[in-house]
Design a protein around this ligand. Structure first.
Ligand code: MN
Length: 738
């Protein structure tokens, strides 16, 4: 490694130019790996980006285009395909120029490129926070989940790498924050997809900004022993090479100091000084075949002592990022330990380049275009690795153990929330705050309105729209996925039912007093409380609730307060109860299975006569004075005209429609007056398996008017009937008249 004062990386995978790379540099670099590639595509991407950023400057004062050009240059030098390099040019255009939309990019540069830019833009919007409950690992999982195409991640890493190399233009606190983020989030991601060179590069720069003093000191120490180190490494290299050749094999032997950051971390972990640290020398032996790897491994162990517990066979069991090598730590004749890695050329490429090493290109495009997503890549590599048995498990490992049963979504503030798969915006709302859940009335996912019941996808930004007058509804219980949301909704409904029952009970009680001509003001709370033991109740609220829920009839409730003749009252109660029973029977025939009033199933429910709601209609209920709940269609004019007080309004939900339950619906049709019309209409209706209860036809000013009653079981059914009728030749209009 280079030990100058600046963090330079001795790695062949990171090319630097003396000056800012230009488009010509990117093109030359790209063509050196893909001689037959589409250069126009690349040039157009550059020109588009140049236009989109034309009036922007970087913090350094340079034109903004220098940044995407540098990113594209890195991507080209990492041998990526033409879309990815072009995405390097374009990665900031959607974010930075309001005139540029994703579909422009898609039209001009194709779906793949647009998807890559979109992914990079989305990841760019994630705000990383160090102290929030979401740990760095969650962010890493999130990014992996968002980067369905691994090229998204690589472009993001190139972007981050270039930004890291230009950090000196930022304020110190910002530099530190970005460096920490790089260390916690991005270098582990580079590692996970096997881009070791990039991981090391990112770590080194981050370390330099995070702990400038420690960096400077350690760098100086390493410099001081540079000569000694180089002599030692040369001697060992020479001996290894001789040993290999004496045994009729060939190998490239290279050596390096471990990266400054890994030395630093090791010193911290072991609480050791540089002198106390034994393994900062690393040797790499690259040979022809797996057999040679093991053979050389044997030779080395017969020549040098080894350190116990340091032998690792990553050839037989590759690391989750596909890394393969044999590792051991040997001890020199003078007692200096050094690490040795032995691998084949292909293993070496994978170790250095990770993902990119596995891609096959044709004319600069990935061969498996359209299938180049992350999972396919991993599956393919997993297949190459005979050692891997369970591919799905392998996939999970690489994707960072993000369980297949979880999704990760963002709040508008870019905080991350983990939810079970299939979770809805409503689950999300309850996770944010109970009140947000209770008041939710809609949601935006990635800026688009969606129903509260829709299914969330990983990586989406979810925003909950609340309204003070919104209330939980029993229907919600049918689609929320998280137990906590369900519990909160149930708790609310219980309280709500109880509150409504109390109000209803009080009304019924007062009404009954009036009926008995007992002046309300003579019945004080104290008087009622005095009598509560007779009803087995302790509190006034419980007493009213008992009436509201129907456990106590109003007539019984007023008995201790009225000077009413007991016998007459008995008789009256009897007839009232009979009447009530009849009413219940009538209603339950019509609606017991159909209308559910939240938690109040024992309260009388009435389908209003004015609008005759049927299953599927949007409905609303209100607590009448003493006659249970009346259910109307939400657009019922007579209901709206009644100006029912808000506190009496109650939500009602249809239970699942029982197909056997039928409603009579009155319809009026206007048609051309032609022969055969009646026959055609009846056939159209019969085709929907619908009974016609009555049908009256008349002629009016040369037009046919039909009034008919049909039996309908749901709103969908009614729609189908209406559709079928409308298709009959000569039908002008179809109306529902009740
Ligand atoms: Mn950028």
């Amino acid at each position: 490694m280079a030990l100058s004062g600046k963090a330079t990386i001795s790695n062949t995978m990171i090319k630097t130019t003396d000056k800012q790379p230009t488009f010509a540099d990117v093109e030359a670099e790209f063509l050196s790996h893909h001689p037959n590639a589409d250069r126009n595509y690349l040039r157009e991407a550059f020109e588009f980006a140049d236009w989109a950023h034309h009036d922007q400057k970087r913090r350094s004062g340079e034109p903004y285009i220098t940044h995407p050009t540098a990113v594209a240059f890195h991507l080209a030098s990492w041998k990526l395909d033409v879309e990815t390099v072009a995405a390097g040019f374009l990665h900031d255009t959607v974010e930075d120029n309001e005139a540029v939309e994703l579909n422009h990019l898609e039209q001009k540069f194709g779906f793949d490129l647009a998807q890559i830019v979109d992914g990079v833009t989305k990841i760019g919007k994630v705000r990383f926070r160090d102290k929030v409950e979401a740990k760095a690992e969650n962010y890493r999982k999130m990014i992996l989940a968002m980067a369905k195409d691994v090229r998204v991640l690589i472009v993001k890493l190139a972007d981050r790498y270039h930004n890291m190399t230009t950090l000196e233009h930022l304020r110190d606190d910002k530099r530190k924050r970005i460096s920490q983020e790089t260390l916690e989030i991005f270098s582990p991601l580079a590692h996970r997809i096997g881009m070791t060179f990039l991981k090391t590069a990112l770590e080194t720069i981050s370390f330099r900004y995070m702990e400038p003093e420690a960096y400077k000191k350690l760098n100086q120490q390493l410099l001081n022993r540079q000569k000694k180190s180089q002599d030692f490494m040369a001697a060992v290299r020479h001996r290894i090479k001789a040993l290999v050749e004496q045994n009729d094999m060939t190998a490239d032997v290279s050596s390096r100091l471990k990266s400054i950051f890994s030395i630093h971390r090791k010193m911290q972990r072991k609480n050791a000084t540089l002198d106390g640290l034994y393994d900062y020398y690393a040797f790499r032996i690259i040979t022809e075949s797996v057999e040679d790897c093991y053979a050389i491994f044997g030779l080395l162990h017969s020549r040098w002592q080894h350190m116990p517990g340091r032998i690792k066979d990553f050839i037989a069991s590759p690391k989750s990022n596909l890394y393969q090598s044999l590792h051991t730590t040997l001890i020199s004749d003078r007692g200096i330990p050094f690490e040795v890695q032995i691998r084949t050329r292909m293993m070496h490429r994978i170790a250095e380049e990770g993902v990119a090493a596995h891609w096959t290109y044709k004319n600069g495009r990935l061969l498996q275009v359209g299938k180049s997503d992350f999972e396919n890549w991993i599956r393919r590599v997993a297949e190459d690795q005979g050692a891997v048995e369970d591919k799905d498990e392998y996939l999970d490992t690489i994707k960072g153990q993000l369980s297949a049963r979880d999704i990760l979504v963002f709040t508008p503030d870019s905080e991350i929330k983990t939810l079970p798969k299939g979770a809805t915006p409503l689950d999300f709302a309850y996770m944010i705050h109970t009140e947000v859940g209770h008041r939710a009335h809609g949601a935006k996912v990635d800026g688009k309105m969606v129903p509260l019941r829709s299914e969330l996808q990983s990586g989406s930004i979810v925003e909950i729209l609340t309204r003070n007058e919104s209330r939980p509804s029993e229907e919600w219980l049918h689609f929320v996925k998280t137990p906590s949301a369900r519990a909160k909704i149930r708790a609310w409904l219980r309280v709500e039912a109880r509150t409504k029952a109390e109000a209803l009970g009080r009304d019924m009680f007062e009404r009954e007093l009036k009926r008995h001509k007992i002046p309300l003001k003579t019945i004080t709370n104290a008087k009622i409380i005095e009598k509560l033991p007779e009803f087995g109740e302790k509190k006034l609220d419980d007493f009213y609730a008992a009436i509201g829920f129907g456990r106590l009839t109003a007539s019984k409730a007023v008995r201790p307060f009225g000077g009413v003749d007991a016998a007459q009252e008995e008789k009256r109660a009897l007839t009232r109860e009979n009447r009530l029973k009849r009413a219940i029977q009538r209603v339950s025939r019509k609606s017991k299975q159909m209308v559910q009033v939240r938690g109040q199933n024992d309260i009388l429910v009435n389908l209003a006569n004015c609008c005759k709601p049927i299953v599927g209609d949007a409905i609303v209920g209100y607590i009448t004075r003493g006659h249970g709940i009346s259910v109307h269609r939400q657009d019922c004019k007579s209901f709206l005209n009644q100006k029912v007080p808000v506190e009496r309004i109650v939500s009602v939900a249809w239970e699942n429609a029982a197909d056997t339950q039928l409603f009579n619906v009155q319809m009026r049709l206007f048609t051309e007056d032609r022969t055969g019309m009646v026959a055609d209409l009846t056939k159209a209706i019969a085709d929907t398996k619908t009974n016609i209860m009555s049908l009256k036809a008349r002629s009016d000013k040369g037009k046919g008017v039909f009034d008919m009653m049909v039996q309908i079981h749901s709103l969908d059914h009614l729609k189908k009937v209406t559709q079928n009728i409308s298709r009959v030749k000569g039908v002008l209009d179809v109306q529902r008249t009740n």
